[in-house]
Design a protein around this ligand. Structure first.
Ligand SMILES: CC(C)(COP(=O)(O)OP(=O)(O)OC[C@H]1O[C@@H](n2cnc3c(N)ncnc32)[C@H](O)[C@@H]1OP(=O)(O)O)[C@@H](O)C(=O)NCCC(=O)NCCS
Length: 179
């Protein structure tokens, strides 16, 4: 039975090897549907506003790390709490741990009165899009995407409702309004 808990900086320092391994495994299995490149230890340990309040991990006494959701908080209400990455161990996908991690993260956003939780997902990641839609997220429209790309200072183009990254990769921005 996995326990979902807040990823404090101290816990991240202890788990960083496992976080990097699960991230790499997810990239190997899901490819660019997941992300363009895996994160090194310094990415997981980098301080960002609200990161150690909003990020969560799932731990199991015997298997260790089974999932993570890494998030931070933007000063802009249009962005709110931004989920950078979420992944669960490939052996237990479909077992509701992703939903549990996401719910724990949403709870932290409600606790700080965030107006919204946002994330980006590859347009080709049909499973990931369905996962977020099942949790109540909606696809943000072109003007909303343009505003967020500008507020986050992303070096990306907006094409219709999509972000086109400098790598040419297309992503949707998804959001869940909390108020
Ligand atoms: C996306 C991910 C975190 C979901 O975790 P999970 O533990 O498999 O998801 P859950 O079992 O909690 O599923 C919750 C709901 O989402 C749906 N869902 C999850 N993955 C799905 C998929 N690949 N295809 C269709 N539906 C999916 C489930 O059917 C379930 O729906 P329900 O409410 O009808 O029961 C996990 O599949 C993963 O790590 N994927 C690779 C990384 C990734 O793509 N991350 C998202 C972008 S950063």
């Amino acid at each position: 039975m996995a326990i979902v808990e807040t990823l404090t900086k101290e816990l991240a320092e202890r788990l960083v090897g496992d976080l990097v391994r699960l991230d790499q495994l997810t990239l190997i299995q899901s490819g660019r549907d997941y992300c363009d490149e895996s994160w090194a230890e310094q990415h997981f340990l980098m301080d960002l506003p609200g990161k150690w309040e909003h990020s969560v991990v799932a731990l199991e006494p015997e298997s260790g790390l089974l999932g993570f959701a890494i998030a931070s908080r933007s000063p802009h209400s249009a962005v709110g709490v931004y989920l950078h990455r979420i992944a669960t161990d490939p052996g237990i996908r479909g077992g509701a741990l992703g939903r549990e991690l996401l719910q724990a993260l949403l709870d932290t956003a409600v606790r700080v009165d965030a107006s919204r939780v946002t994330t980006s997902v590859s347009t080709s990641n049909a499973g990931g899009i369905r996962f977020f839609k099942r949790a109540g997220f909606r696809r943000l429209n072109g003007p909303e995407v343009t505003e967020i790309v500008h507020l986050r200072g992303m070096p990306s183009l907006v094409v219709g409702d999509c972000i086109q990254e400098t790598t040419g990769h297309h992503k949707y921005l998804l959001g869940l309004d909390l108020d």
